[in-house]
Every structure is written in structure tokens, then in C-alpha cells.
Design a protein. Structure first.
Lengths: 146, 146
């Protein structure tokens, strides 16, 4: 890691403890890979037992790992499969909090839809996701050539 | 805008009212441009009178437009000028909430430092920023060739 300038060290002094940046980055990568293959058990295992998901962030919260698993299953079922999720740029990591921009492409229609989303996650000391809020809306849906 | 699929329309039905996506996107672009030239009055004018900033999100809140203006001035003074901020990818917009990945390059040292940051903002109906949280940490600092 780059040696931090003094100004940054002062600014970031509250970011102590919690899972490592490497762990958090790997969870984001694993989340995108599991999402792409529709592995809801794998996704649920990334979440804490009492985790809370808002996807999008403006919708009512889904609470608890089993409800979260069912929510992803329902989302995958309604899409009929064929969603690919990729990170766009580096995951930003601030202690227990992290945010990463993502691109989802859906292939289940005649055309390909690209959705720009962005997940903010809070992690527990155990490395599990305690909260996930997904930022996207109508302006983030785009048609691509099929 | 792309015509939304039924599943998305249902999912996004809570995102009503508030400033337009175009307005929010322009605020992010303007924020990056004003940050790059160090225009603290211009930046402060984007914020509501009682806005709250956490930059990074793990640090104590800076509350109120005038305190926010002074905070940016202090940040620019401590860097000695020469910070360039650019959006990385599209701004994700969810009703009154929005998030955008940003890259900041500092040119005041012999080498160039690249910092990956990501701002989550909440907007009021008047189009002003009510809350800004910046996500970044030590793993987001990188040296580049000067």
C-alpha cells in the first residue's frame, strides 16, 4: 500500500479495526460472481444473520439472512436468469464501510439492458455484510445492442 | 430515457418527487469542477444551510453551510492547491439519493497521488445537497508517475 501523507493519516484516523480492505474487496468480487451465476445460497452466506438489504435504497428493507436469500431468488426468478454483474472501478473502503460501483447486464430479452448500480455495504468484525444499500434509478437503465 | 421493464417500474416505485436526475447529475459534475479550481464559495452554495458532511464517512460530521465552506477551505489550504477531481462512471440516482465514484489527483508533491473516492449525497426538494458522505480509506491512495 502507498505510504499515506500526513494529512490523510490524520483524516483517516477513525478507520481502525474491522475486516481488512483485502477481505472487503474480495466480498464485493465474490458477490458479483455469485450474482452472475444466480447462487442465492452463496450470496446469503456473505450476509450476517440479522443483515438488512435495501435494493434499491429507496425500497422497504429486507431483514434477516433467510428473507434476503428469498429476495435474491425472487429477483433472479423474475429476470429468468442471464444477469451479469461486474465491478466498475475500485471498491472504496472506509473502515467497516465500503462502496463499489457495479454494472449489471441482463440478457434475457431480445436486447441487452445495462443497469448502473452502486452498493454501499457495512461489515461486521466477523467480515459478514450487516447492511447493503443499492443506489440506482430510472436514469441508470440503458438499452444496448443485443 | 430507456423505457423501463415492468420489474424495474415496480422496484423503483418509491422514487417519486425531488429534483430531476439531470439536476443531480449536474450538481455532481459542478461539484467536481468547483473542487478542481478550489472554489469554496461555489461548493458551499451547492449545500443546504443545515447540510451535514462526513468526508471521509468515518469522521465527525461537519454541520452547516458556513462550517462546510471553512472545512473545504482548510482542506484546499493543507493540500497547497493542485487537486483535480473527476467523475468515474455514471452517477447512480435513486430519488432524493445519489452516489458517484470520483478520482482525485493531487499534484502538489513531486509525485502524483491518485485517490479513489465515492460520494453519497442526499438532496432536498430545492435541489440542494442536504448530506454528503465520502467513502474512501488507506487502500484508495495510490502513487502515480509524476
Amino acid at each position: 500500500m502507498t505510504e499515506l501523507p500526513d494529512s490523510a493519516r490524520q483524516q483517516l484516523k477513525e478507520q481502525v479495526g474491522g475486516p481488512s480492505a483485502d477481505h472487503i474487496r474480495r466480498v464485493f468480487e465474490r458477490y458479483a460472481a455469485l450474482f452472475t451465476v444466480g447462487d442465492t445460497d452463496g450470496i446469503a452466506a456473505l450476509y450476517a444473520e440479522d443483515a438488512v438489504v435495501r435494493d434499491p435504497v429507496t425500497s422497504p428493507a429486507v431483514e434477516g439472512r433467510e428473507n434476503i436469500r428469498a429476495w435474491y431468488q425472487s429477483a433472479f426468478d423474475s429476470m429468468g436468469g442471464g444477469m451479469e454483474m461486474k465491478l466498475e472501478g475500485a471498491v472504496r473502503i472506509a473502515g467497516h464501510l465500503a462502496a463499489g460501483a457495479l454494472i449489471v447486464r441482463t440478457h434475457n430479452h431480445e436486447t441487452v439492458m445495462r443497469v448502473e448500480t452502486l452498493d454501499v455495504m457495512e461489515f461486521g468484525d466477523d467480515g459478514l455484510i450487516r447492511r447493503m444499500d443499492a443506489y440506482f434509478g430510472p436514469s441508470n437503465y440503458h438499452m444496448e445492442q443485443g
